[in-house]
Design a protein around this ligand. Sequence first.
Ligand code: TXA
Ligand code: MG
Length: 333
Amino acid sequence: MILDGQDPAAIARAAAHLAAGELVAFPTETVYGLGADAASDRAVAGIFTAKGRPSDHPLIVHVAGVPDAERFAREVPPVARRLMQAFWPGPLTVILPRREGMAAAAAGGQDSVGLRCPSHPVAQALLRACAAHVPPVWGLAGPSANRFGRVSPTTSGHVHAEFGDSLLVVDGGACEVGIESSIVDCTRGRPVLLRPGVLTHAQIEAACGERLWLPHEIDQAGPRASGTLESHYAPQARVRVMPAQALQAAIDAAMAAEGDGVIAVWSRAALEFPAKGWLHRPMPHEARDAARELFAVLRDFDAQGVRQIWIEQAPDTPEWAGVRDRLQRAAAG
Ligand code: TXA
Ligand code: MG
């Protein structure tokens, strides 16, 4: 069931539902989240069941602001404080040492916890209503509201298509950012970018005030992280990512072979293919616009039952890192 996120009564109803240990999907500026009371291991177990996600994969805990984040964190290292100050509320998650006894199931049993303060006004309204509830709900565990391994939802309709009518979904329109938050691990003595998002490496590094590391530059094995599995964000159709020239060559070869089924193409380059048996959507030239459209395009193509989705490689520039990352994982599916 879809509720209007602009309606205060709907927010109150969603908060009461969450406080009772039920699941509610909610909008954020990145993607829609599947929320549950982070302090309730039973409620959080419902998320893992609904998603079909392994329960040792940690979930992000969403909070209304820094003071509530401190309820879940044992300590906030200075670099994390700088990041929160620079980007909260907004599309950045920090991994911090977890306060003992807090959100154990949400953290997948790890001694760290991922914390994020979303900027979407409906998410903020919901988090504040949860914190004001008696008894209070200080944080919402919230993975992307899709089944495990599938494409993240960027509209309430996507969530509805994924889970059906029994799930309460708070509508907040189409997500502005479109890909998941950047994740910075602040538990290893130096900041490590676990997942790129729309914030650039340089922007995050500037806020850190020190070098930002990539996981492969750090020896220790990282924690389990489904967003960092090689195959993720995968639509039903097979995805291939190619530079424009190779894409045109593949189209020419497929035309000659006359295979069955429609092939869908998402490209910035103007390509030549016949009107029949092919779908084309233009990829925006700005990285932020492409990120906003990416998951909706994959879902639209899938809904049209295409056989394959061929995508032009994203430019090799810092702004496109988040999109490049999601495309690579979609193609590994
Ligand atoms: O933009 C987003 O981050 C969205 C919206 C809903 O906020 N949420 C999201 O959650 O993408 P999810 O569960 O699909 O991805 C969470 C990622 C996992 O891949 C996991 O790697 C990482 O966050 N994560 C969470 N807690 C962690 C922890 N304690 N240590 C390491 N990684 C963690
Ligand atoms: Mg996800």
